[in-house]
Design a protein around this ligand. Structure first.
Ligand SMILES: [Zn+2]
Length: 112
């Protein structure tokens, strides 16, 4: 039964983590671009550093790829949100694996 109580603790931990992550998760893939601007006198047009990074989030919705530009002040939160989304998937997978194991163990032998 020791393993059951350990699993129980792990489930509680996962639920807490899932709630925390879900609260700030953002779905999508990050990409960064650096751009030149329209000002011919700007450093970016004279071999200097380009502007950026400009952060974009893209994702698929109803079969189409779509996305949005992330304003500079939101970059940190959006990065953390996308990271949270992927960590959420890991937590859900671990939980699903436990659910599967439990169901298979509970029903073991019932076909015989
Ligand atoms: Zn420029």
């Amino acid at each position: 039964m020791a393993s059951n109580s350990r699993q129980h603790d792990r489930r509680k931990e996962l639920f807490k983590e899932i709630q925390r992550l879900a609260d700030r998760a953002i779905f999508g893939t990050l990409s960064q671009t650096y751009r030149t601007c329209g000002n011919p006198k700007c450093r970016c047009r004279r071999g200097g550093p380009k502007h950026g990074p400009h952060l974009n989030v893209s994702y698929r919705s109803e079969g189409k790829t779509t996305g949005f530009y992330v304003p500079f002040d939101a970059q940190e939160k959006v990065r953390a949100g996308v990271d949270a989304w992927w960590r959420l998937q890991d937590c859900l997978r671990e939980l699903a694996e436990m659910n599967k194991t439990t169901i298979l163990e509970e029903t073991r032998g019932e076909d015989e």
